[in-house]
Design a binder for this molecule. Structure first.
Ligand code: SF4
Length: 197
């Protein structure tokens, strides 16, 4: 048995085995989706990423995760692209370095929407794929997820470290197999510069 399965068995012990998963893109999401399905968690993908710029890049990332969700038979909630809301959310912090305050606000903006949808649609548990990338600060994502869930009584943020127990290797394996597009920057207009090799 995967150690992730043991964790999920404990986590869902007295809970409905059902999860609303905020997904940012196909490469970051694929191994998490794979592991959750393997553990027989009833999964719904929530796509809310108004940070992604420009719109063509947003559509490209969305199209790929829509395709992958369809292939895996996973329900998909597609939320409107509202970049103006995101820009207002991070206003005053535009020039922060990656992993700074702007990124905390960016995570919070997306995960608050996820938690609100969960509360309105009968999901007690949410999680996110945002923390699997080593380029992100996992604690920032976890804090944002917990803060978002705390705003909605009855909603809990599942804060498993998806990098662990082979998560990153499995992500690389699936992404290679599926020939996913590997984006060269995090997502927002302030992050458009190639990642260092
Ligand atoms: S660098 Fe990434 S996480 Fe940070 S604000 Fe931009 S899109 Fe969001």
């Amino acid at each position: 048995m995967y150690r992730i399965e043991q964790f999920l068995n404990l986590y869902f012990q007295n809970r409905e085995r059902k999860l609303l998963l905020h997904c940012c893109c196909a490469p970051c999401s694929c191994s998490i989706i794979d592991r959750l399905l393997h553990a027989e968690v009833r999964l719904t993908i929530f796509f809310y990423n108004p940070n992604i710029y420009p719109e063509g890049e947003y559509n490209r990332r969305k199209h790929e995760i829509v395709q992958y969700a369809g292939k895996r038979g996973v329900a998909f909630v597609d939320v409107d692209y509202d970049p103006d809301r995101w820009l207002n959310y991070v206003r005053g912090h535009e020039m922060e370095k990656e992993r700074g305050v702007r990124c905390s606000l960016c995570f919070e903006c997306r995960l608050l929407k996820t938690a609100a949808f969960a509360a309105e649609n009968g999901f007690a548990d949410i999680s996110s794929t945002l923390g699997i990338s080593r380029r992100k600060k996992l604690e920032q994502v976890t804090d944002a997820g917990r803060r978002a869930a705390a705003c909605y009584p009855g909603v809990t943020y599942l804060d498993y470290n998806w990098r662990k127990n082979g998560g990153v290797a499995r992500m690389d394996e699936i992404a290679k197999h599926e020939q996913f597009y590997r984006q060269q920057y995090c997502g927002c207009m302030f992050s458009i510069k190639p990642y260092p090799k």
